[in-house]
Design a protein around this ligand. Structure first.
Ligand code: ZN
Length: 210
């Protein structure tokens, strides 16, 4: 088995593409009741410098030990939002996720509502109700109509979740609210930004060609 380490190719969450990762240190986790032997490698993206934790399994055959291709263990990109989401909004959303993991479902609804209010505030939209603010975002062409419909359908984001009613938010409704918040942030800050960047690259290319 080779102990020469890296650089590895890893999918960087910030760069949103496979990048070379420099390895700064490795730890071989022993094979025990917690799982099979594997390497944990602290690395950094050569493009943007962000830290990455890679895991690499060890596969034993009759006469050799092979390392499996490295996988990104952290940052956890499942359910988390892109790095382009403004930090204050990411904090709100991360709290919503934490509440969900802690099964505090009513608190999830409150945090998701705060996240959506935060998006409106970041975009300079402040109307009397959340619904009106979301409508304005849509009229300005900043979000998709389906996201506004989705938000309107989630009653837990309205009075049911935000104010004391004596009833609790169900796990399903909390999950729906969390999914909406994720889709919302990704649309606003990942999809839209990447699309704008694509358009400006294309325009530049056209100018060069003409
Ligand atoms: Zn990167």
């Amino acid at each position: 088995m080779s102990f020469v380490v890296g650089p590895f190719v890893a999918l960087c969450d910030i760069c949103q593409k496979p990048c070379l990762a420099t390895v700064h240190g490795s730890y071989l986790e022993p094979d025990d009741e917690n799982g099979p032997e594997r390497y944990l490698r602290l690395a950094s993206c050569q493009e943007c410098g962000r830290g990455i934790l890679l895991t690499q399994g060890v596969e034993e055959t009759m006469d050799s030990r092979e390392l499996t291709p490295p996988a990104v263990a952290w940052p956890d990109t499942t359910g988390s939002v892109g790095a382009r989401v403004p930090a204050p909004l990411r904090r709100e959303y991360e709290q919503a996720r934490t509440c969900y993991q802690a099964r505090a479902y009513t608190a999830v609804a409150v945090m998701v509502r705060r996240t959506l209010e935060g998006v409106c505030a970041e975009e300079g939209v402040k109307r009397r109700t959340l619904r009106q603010s979301l409508d304005t975002l849509q009229e300005d062409g900043k979000i998709d109509k389906r996201l506004v419909e989705w938000a309107a359908e989630l009653r837990v984001l309205g009075n049911e979740g935000a104010h004391y009613t004596g009833s609790q938010v169900s796990p399903e409704d909390a999950r729906d609210a969390l999914n909406l918040a994720q889709a919302f942030l990704d649309y606003m800050y990942t999809f839209s930004t990447q699309f704008e960047e694509f358009k400006s690259r294309r325009a530049k290319r056209h100018r060069k060609e003409s």
